[in-house]
Ligand binder design. Structure first.
Ligand code: GLC
Ligand code: CA
Length: 551
């Protein structure tokens, strides 16, 4: 194998399409209302047919489920409701048999407060595990500082037993690990190796940019999260992680808020980057009042274009428009129509980077019509709701603001068919199923030629069979247009022109002559076929992909 071939094989993920599975809501195999590993296994043929190359599973480890699996009490075992390690092994084997790789969530900023390390750590100040977490002298009235946690409230929680406080950037049931402790790090690294030896193909690194904190007397200026977002000194830990990742031919993608697009080029650089790619969290620009916000297309495209540009010589992007932490893209950016689903898909899947599809996105699943807070499960939403009530908002207002952007929109069960349990469960689902399962479901979309699902399949196929879409350059066109997202992907042999109206309104555009005068061939559209011309009119959410040269 030449050096070049070796590198291409090592970077298999550059030519891959990923699919994110939220195990709780994907497929329930034993009628307890909760999705599970065996359910995912049963759906492997569907995933193969869709054309995806790897799966990212949200956490399936042992957990008291305060934050749906992101509070881990045993890293090397599976949550009972999801199945057993043996079932996971079988699933992994079958997935590999289909040529589908599997990456797991790696949650190492914090554990559950029920993790044996924390239970020990709480016992006494001289417990050998004390220093695995971040403890400080304080009283409930006088905390070490006034930093706020992501889920609301102080980052400090007082513990009676030893009369000290411990630190947590998320919920109080998710104490942060002390990365300064080398012994703790060694245990985490052993666990990582344990999973890699088990045969998984990589990790999505949860909240990884938070593992290093500023000194407790750091003064916050404007950004409330600055004290624990990509704080200097994190490099040492990332280098240690990189050393392990490099031993294995895996892929790694980091959730790394606070890592700017410039820094991301280094973080994900080919030779000495820490990880292979980053999920940026910046493109989610919103506009409008709380409770009525919608996505801002201009902000979206500017951010995306900046990340494309800053990672053009070095580094790699992870591309996504949905995940388990955000509402459904078709409801936020689109108008809930299949046409807008397809437009959004066209806009992001042909960018430079590795695209991820979040379960249900490929059939155009929409937001859920929440009508009471009891229907919401997400912890952060409940604390937001309570906060709003405390501020004096009415129940209706608080509900509207909270449910408008709650992450539970994306966590409702997968809509496989139009039956009562939507093909997800034979029992009572843990979170309500969207009533629009009657129209939006896999079964009917498989039969309908022009469905969102079939459009996704075409797009995935195009993406994987067109080499310019892997390494070709990115150039933004019509950069100031508030609604239209247009770009070129180019290499020596071929060129792709992507044209998408990101708004529900009809628009007009004037293309540069150097683009309109080329001989383009249309390869995909969610509307009628249209020729490229200098002046073009596009209907709401109209999208086209054109190409010239060899595939
Ligand atoms: C990440 C996850 C989110 C979780 C948090 C705490 O942001 O995506 O779902 O709540 O980390 O682990
Ligand atoms: Ca189940």
């Amino acid at each position: 194998m030449t050096q070049h071939e070796k590198r291409a094989e090592d970077s298999w993920w550059k030519n891959a399409v990923g699919y994110q599975i939220y195990p709780r809501s994907f497929k329930d195999s034993n009628a307890d209302g909760i999705g599970d590993i065996d359910g995912i296994r049963q759906k492997l043929p569907y995933l193969k047919d869709l054309g995806v190359d790897f799966l990212w599973l949200n956490p399936i480890y042992k957990s008291p489920n305060v934050d749906n699996g992101y509070d881990i009490s045993d890293y090397e075992d599976i949550q009972e409701e999801f199945g057993t390690l043996d079932e996971f092994k079988e699933f992994l084997k079958e997935a590999h048999g289909y040529g589908i790789k599997v990456i797991m969530d790696l949650v190492v900023n914090h554990t559950s407060d029920q993790h044996p390390w924390f239970l020990e750590s709480k016992q006494s100040k001289d417990n050998p595990y004390r220093d695995y977490y971040l403890w400080e002298d304080a009283t409930p009235e006088r905390l070490p500082n006034d930093w706020q946690s992501f889920f609301g409230g102080s980052t400090w929680t007082y513990d009676e037993t030893t009369k000290q406080v411990y630190f947590h950037v998320f919920a109080k049931e998710q104490p942060d690990l002390n990365w300064k402790n080398a012994k703790m790090r060694e245990e985490i690294y052993d666990m990582i190796r344990w999973w890699l030896d088990f045969g998984i193909d990589g990790f999505r690194l949860d909240a990884i940019s938070h593992i290093q904190k500023e000194p407790w007397d750091f003064k916050i200026k404007d950004n409330p999260w600055a004290p624990f977002m990509n704080v200097s000194g994190i490099e040492t830990y990332m280098e240690e992680l990189r050393a392990i990742f490099k031993e294995y031919n895996i892929m790694t993608v980091g959730e790394a808020s606070g890592v700017t697009s410039r820094k991301a080029a280094f973080w994900t650089g080919e030779d000495d980057g820490y990880i292979d790619m980053i999920f940026e969290l910046e493109h989610n620009h919103r506009m409008g009042l709380p409770g009525e916000e919608v996505g801002d297309p201009l902000g979206f495209k500017k951010t995306i274009a900046r990340w494309q540009k800053d990672l053009s010589n070095q580094g790699w992007n992870a591309l996504y428009i949905e995940n388990h932490d955000n509402p459904r893209s078709v409801s936020v950016w689109g108008d809930n129509s299949p046409k807008s689903s397809k437009a959004l898909a066209t806009a992001y899947m042909l960018l430079r980077g590795t695209p991820f599809i979040y379960q249900g996105q490929e059939i155009g699943m929409t937001n859920y019509p929440f009508s009471s807070i009891e229907e919401v499960d997400a912890k952060d939403s409940h604390s937001q709701y309570n906060g709003l009530l405390e501020e004096g908002k009415s129940v209706e207002e608080a509900l509207k603001i909270t449910t408008h952007w709650t992450r539970d929109h994306s966590r409702t069960p997968m809509q496989w068919d139009d039956s009562e349990g939507s093909g997800f469960t034979e029992g009572t689902p843990w979170l309500a199923i969207n009533p629009n399962k009657a129209e939006i479901n896999v079964k009917s979309e498989e039969q309908e030629k022009l469905s969102t699902l079939n459009y996704y399949k075409q797009l995935i196929h195009l993406r994987k069979t067109t080499s310019v879409l892997i390494n070709g350059t990115f150039e933004l066109l019509l950069s100031k247009h508030p609604q239209v997202f247009a770009y070129l992907r180019k290499d020596e042999e071929a060129e792709v022109f992507v044209l998408v109206n990101l708004s529900k309104d009809a628009v007009q555009i004037d293309l540069p002559t150097r683009v309109s005068s080329e001989k383009w061939q249309e390869v995909l559209t969610n509307d009628h076929t249209k020729k490229v011309e200098k002046r073009m009119s596009l209907s709401g959410f109209e999208a086209h992909v054109y190409m010239k040269g060899a595939k």
